[in-house]
Write a protein that binds this ligand. Sequence first.
Ligand code: NAD
Length: 256
Amino acid sequence: MLKGKTAIITGSNSGIGLGVAEELARAGASVVLNSFTDRAEDHQLAADLGARHGVAARYIAADMSKGAECRDLIAKAGACDILVNNAGIQFVAPIDAFPVEKWDMILAINLSSAFHTTAVALPLMRAKGWGRIVNIASAHGLTASPYKSAYIAAKHGVVGLSKTTALETAGQGITCNAICPGYVLTPLVEAQIPDQMKVHGMDRETVIREVMLLRQPSRQFATVEQIGGTTVYLCSPAADQVTGTTISVDGGWTAL
Ligand code: NAD
């Protein structure tokens, strides 16, 4: 379905970004993986993914906390039919104790990077009369929790940026939407389970149900494959008129 399309996925050498790249490649897209590191294993990851799906795949290092590198990523890729803004970090502290440098870094990586990549990708998409921008926001783009001020401000910002991008591209064959995942079982989240089991004296299933997924009514994690599948849907003809909206993949969190 996506044969002939080039997809750039920011922050994609692990977790959701890698899962999204996998599903886009499975659907036939050429993929560009990215993170801020430039290790042999990053390039190998892309080569293996490409070989698995019989598509072109490369890895381009670029630090999404730096505007110029965000813009360079799109320029270096040379084509950008599908842009998935996924790079993101988290830090937890009360507002009055929130380190300024952490605030600046979260806003830069989680929000401003999407502005920079979108600004460079849009002319390429307009030239082809087709483009898909998928911003990975969060349930925290629609609702709040204490101690995550920067993350929540950035993710609400991503939802707003997605709507504005949709309005500026409406009727041009380009769509822009935000996916709002609840808790997704990524390696990062998986790694927290043993600690949480110890702290709460609970077994794996109980700590997942009663502690980690307290706000997710399904009491089940979303998976990276589901976020990837939702991205593929947004790139499909069925979603040609789906633009400027959010799609929650959160087990009912935001219905509460
Ligand atoms: P992750 O830590 O596995 O992935 C983050 C990716 O961003 C990694 O590839 C990392 O290398 C990359 N990255 C970090 N800093 C970067 C930088 N400066 N430049 C380029 N790349 C950088 O985490 P994840 O859970 O897969 O998160 C991916 C996205 O999904 C984030 O935007 C996150 O906010 C969002 N999200 C995650 C969950 C969840 O439960 N895991 C829920 C909602 C939203």
